[in-house]
Design a protein around this ligand. Structure first.
Ligand SMILES: [Fe+2]
Length: 465
């Protein structure tokens, strides 16, 4: 059973609470065994609205009712509490649902305050705050992964491949540590797998990570703890101070900017008090004003070339990002477009995650207001297991990169699951290559199917301005 992390704060916190309850009751169970527990399976399935039957469907209903009951108690909504209890009266739920409810209620209270954030304006270094002091080698090879924080065996295999086959010098993560980046999840799904594979391969590299929506479901507490733990072994010059970062090469030719596109949304979530009008699906990514100022300063002051990394995407090949009726650009996120439209000529490559797929967009992709995006890519499928859908949405062919065979580059699939993907940016060769590796949600290693190339494509970075 694959993990289906909910993409809303309450759903994700509920999933995290159920997994925690199972871990507490069965400390001897491995991460995979916890994933396979009926309570966790039901909760994960329910969140993905999968077609269910039998006991799993029954458990998924109970899971949903317990989540709603906890929320009603949190909001002190007596009418809703009575209704849900009535519906639960005929069921005989196992103790673990009650344990999950207790943990969930504690987390709702614990994570109801404004999330953490480190604003450069409050720092003594001002605009230098967030700039990593260590400079990358001019010919550095950089591994890029997105939505990697599952702790799965396939996620670890992907990291191992980056370290041993590609021998990357540094690793950059585009965010999302599941389910809600609680301390336990941050350790078991991100920090510990990194250490395990560093030890196994005998290669340890600095890691920089930006937050996705999931890191802020727990107010960013464990995420900032992670920043303060990562790279400690390399020394203070390698540390990531903020949820955004700037990395430069020794020759000052390349600048890599990591963006926090999730904090603003997390703050907006808190402002919505009326749960009846809470639209969790509303897309609110974007930078807070002070951070946008910081990135503008970096893009305007730096004489070299720029690579931008964000969790949320400017474009989507398959989903609607602009849901305003009659929008001529449904594939474009209006908030990020408005924030970056005056800066795209300075951005040589923009890579993002969040959607668990791979899409390469056209060179000089044309958007409204005469804006052109030089090179961009969705790379959010490095670990989260995605089942193949019978009804894949139509691709926005006008904006995706079309290969020599007249088709867009797309991930293959194995055993009913889409492959995972990652990128290797080679600054010496001035190219970026995208790779695929099979997903194996059952924890049994799977190899790429016949005819599936490991390298999806290698694209030269466009010539210097
Ligand atoms: Fe995300």
């Amino acid at each position: 059973m694959a993990k289906h992390p909910a993409s809303d704060k309450h759903g994700a916190l509920w999933q995290a609470a159920c997994a925690q309850a199972v871990r507490n009751a069965h400390p001897e169970k491995s991460t995979h065994e916890v994933d396979m527990h009926p309570v966790v399976q039901a909760t994960n399935s329910d969140s993905a609205n999968t077609d269910l039957s039998g006991l799993l469907a029954e458990n998924a209903d109970i899971s949903n009712l317990f989540m709603e009951l906890t929320l009603a108690e949190h909001w002190q909504d007596d009418v809703a509490i009575a209704k849900i209890k009535e519906r639960l009266s005929s069921a005989e739920p196992e103790l673990l649902w009650h344990d999950s409810k207790k943990i969930f209620l504690e987390h709702l209270q614990q994570f109801s305050a404004r999330p953490l954030y480190r604003d450069w304006q409050d720092a003594e270094q001002q605009q230098d705050f967030g700039v990593v002091r260590h400079l990358l080698a001019d010919n550095a090879k950089i591994g890029i992964i997105g939505d990697w924080g599952t702790g799965g065996g396939d996620a670890k295999a992907l990291l191992e491949e980056l370290l041993t086959e590609h021998r990357v010098d540094v690793l950059l993560h585009l965010g999302d540590i599941y389910f809600a980046c609680l301390e336990e999840e941050m350790l078991s799904n991100f920090f510990n797998p990194l250490q395990e594979i560093f030890k196994k391969t005998g290669r340890q590299v600095p890691v920089y990570t930006i937050p996705g929506n999931h890191e802020y479901y727990s107010s960013g507490e464990a995420f900032y703890q992670l920043l303060d733990q990562l790279n400690v072994g390399f020394g203070p010059d390698y540390m990531q101070e903020a949820s955004y970062f700037c990395l430069r090469t020794e020759n000052q030719k390349w600048q890599i900017l990591g963006v926090d596109s999730a904090y603003r949304e997390a703050v907006q979530d808190l402002k919505v008090k009326d749960k009846a009008h809470y639209d969790y699906t509303k897309y609110y990514p974007g930078l807070c004003d002070s951070e946008l100022q910081w990135h503008k300063h970096k893009l305007e002051q730096f004489d070299g070339r720029n690579i931008l990394l964000s969790h949320h995407g400017l474009l989507s090949a398959k989903t609607v990002l602009d849901d305003n009726a009659g929008s001529v650009t449904p594939y474009m996120c209006p908030a990020l477009f408005n924030q970056f439209k005056g800066l795209t000529d300075k951005i040589d490559l923009w890579i993002w995650g969040h959607e668990h797929d791979f899409s390469l967009f056209k060179n000089y992709c044309e958007l409204p207001d005469d804006v052109k995006v030089k090179q961009s890519c969705l790379l959010g499928g490095s670990a989260r297991d995605v089942e193949i859908s019978e009804n894949l949405p139509e691709c926005y062919k006008d904006i995706v990169y079309i290969g020599d065979d007249g088709k867009p580059f797309e991930l293959g699939s194995n055993n009913g699951y889409m492959n995972h993907s990652y990128a290797v940016l080679d600054l010496g060769a001035e190219s970026v290559a995208y790779y695929q590796i099979p997903a194996w949600p059952e924890n049994n290693r799977v190899e790429l199917g016949a005819g599936q190339p490991k390298c999806l494509c290698e694209i030269p970075l466009l010539a210097e301005r």
